[in-house]
Design a protein around this ligand. Structure first.
Ligand code: ZN
Length: 499
């Protein structure tokens, strides 16, 4: 029986005006006059009034629990707190209500932000009572106040944990700044990801709805520390429909054995196929000035993940990291699925060529160009600007490119990411240079990974407005879904009375 018919629609990629859905699958695409005959009294019929229907958008790299948690944290981005006294004032005011950990996010040490990193003394001025942690906008650094350092046991005698570093002053005392220690801190503080926590459930549900409002029907959580506990958290969140999307959880590469002991391997799924275990996530950074892990270690990590059946997704932002990823993946082609290089931020043509030769997919965050473009224009060397997140250039070199948000680093708005990919302009409209993705249709294909409007395909669709294909590019970031359908169910309707 046909459960759903969308008619009077402008279908993207299909020369027809109606689509019929049964049991979560698109069963027919054709003229509305024909398809409406399939309707029974129980069929849900939507007149799209000529609006565009697109395949469901995929956000293939984001951090769901961290994005949801932002709803209860102090906004320390330059837009909210332009200088250090403003950061302190915002935290001090938040510290007066409540107990336990106080969290802030988004501070920027660059010249267009605070001009330097925060330190424990800054945060002590906000609160000595509550352990306080403020995350850097990159997600790879954070600052703790003295109460927080004591709570997690960081002192001058604490050694740097593997992969992380405790920044110290001239006397060897921790300044409060910790680099790449998110996982280490998570183990000590506990993340508020318990899907049974009422406040947290509300935040996650709110995020799920926000993503649906963009037309996002599938998301991948790229947490480098995702483990068996996190799989359980996602199972709770997906089975309770807090996240109505299809969810893929990448596996932290250091947790593959633990996941295996829990009976989980790559591609396994639960919750009627709505939660799937994805790629092994590897962190590769050059932020400390040298590659961590080094190329020999990276090769070993990749080979070990492949050996237990996982393709890998390598975090590579800096030029050196992208080069090392591409070379390592060329030497170690995956026996399963496809390997991925995440971010590809600093990627001039010679590096793009190596990525193409590696055969890996590139998952880029062109939304950063939209939201952070003005900062890039002031802080990135002019000859590198055109090669930041070069979706158009990589695709022209033959690389299979996907777009993804990396939220919470920026807003998970896929339309902003697509706009920046096709215009190479900041939200303020200033040019960054570089090869654009040539059309909205091509940008959309990069953000809908494999989803299509065709018989036999999963019924993941969105009715959107205004028409993204005919609107001027500056309007693109404001495109929104009226209806979003996941697996044949209308899980989001913005305004029932209008449909
Ligand atoms: Zn990420």
């Amino acid at each position: 029986m046909t459960n759903f018919i969308l008619h009077n629609a402008t279908l993207h990629g299909a020369p027809a005006d109606a689509v019929a859905i049964a049991n979560g699958i698109i069963t027919a695409v054709g003229p509305g006059v024909d398809l409406l005959r399939l309707a029974t009294p129980d069929t849900h019929v939507i007149d799209c009034a000529g609006r565009v229907v697109i395949p469901g958008i995929v956000d293939d790299h984001c951090h769901l629990f961290a994005t949801a948690a932002r709803r209860r944290q102090v906004d320390c981005r330059p837009s909210a707190t332009p200088d250090i006294p403003a950061v302190i004032a915002a935290l001090r005011s938040a510290a007066t209500t409540g107990d336990g950990w106080l969290r802030g996010y988004g501070y920027d040490d660059s010249p267009v932000g605070l001009g330097r990193h925060l330190n424990r003394r800054d945060l002590d001025a906000a609160s000595t009572r509550r352990p306080t942690r403020v995350d850097h906008r990159s997600g790879h650094a954070c600052v703790l106040n003295s109460a927080a350092l004591a709570a997690v046991g960081v002192s001058r005698d604490t050694a740097d944990p593997p992969g992380g570093s405790i920044v110290r002053d001239g006397n060897g005392e921790p300044t409060g700044l910790l680099l790449d220690m998110g996982g280490w801190l998570g183990e000590r503080i506990g993340e508020p990801s318990d899907a049974k926590n009422t406040a947290y459930r509300a935040d996650l549900k709110d995020l799920g709805r926000q993503l649906l409002s963009y037309g996002i029907t599938a998301v991948t959580d790229a947490g480098p520390d995702n483990d068996a506990q996190r799989w359980q958290d996602f199972t709770d969140a997906v089975s309770d429909c807090l996240l109505p999307q299809r969810v893929t959880m990448m596996a932290g590469v250091n947790h593959l054995a633990e996941l295996q002991s829990a009976g989980l391997s790559y591609g396994d799924s639960t919750c009627d196929g709505r939660l799937t275990l994805g790629h092994a996530k590897i962190m590769l950074t050059a932020s400390s000035g040298r590659l961590t892990p080094n190329p020999a270690e990276l090769a070993e990590i990749i080979a070990a993940a492949h050996a237990v059946g996982y393709p890998v997704a390598i975090h590579a932002v800096e030029r050196d990291a992208i080069v090392a990823s591409a070379l390592a993946l060329s030497d170690h082609p995956t026996p399963v699925g496809h390997d991925r290089i995440e971010h590809c931020a600093e990627c001039p043509p010679d590096v793009a060529e190596l990525v193409a030769q590696s055969g890996a997919r590139a998952v880029l965050n062109t939304g950063f160009l939209h939201y952070d473009g003005e900062r890039y224009r002031r802080t990135v060397p002019a000859d590198l600007l055109p090669h930041l997140y070069p979706a158009g250039a990589l695709a022209a070199s033959g690389v299979s490119v996907e777009l993804a948000s990396d939220a919470p680093v920026v807003e998970p708005n896929p339309w902003a990411a697509m706009a920046a990919a096709i215009t190479r302009r900041t939200a303020e409209g200033n040019p960054l240079g570089g090869a654009p993705v040539p059309s909205v249709a091509k940008a959309l294909r990069m953000h809908t990974t494999g989803n299509r409007i065709a018989p036999g395909c999963p019924a993941d669709l969105a009715v959107v407005e205004p028409n993204p294909f005919t609107s001027p590019p500056e309007v693109l970031p404001s495109v929104r879904a009226l209806t979003t359908i996941v697996a044949g169910r209308a899980v989001y309707q913005r305004d029932r009375s209008r449909m």
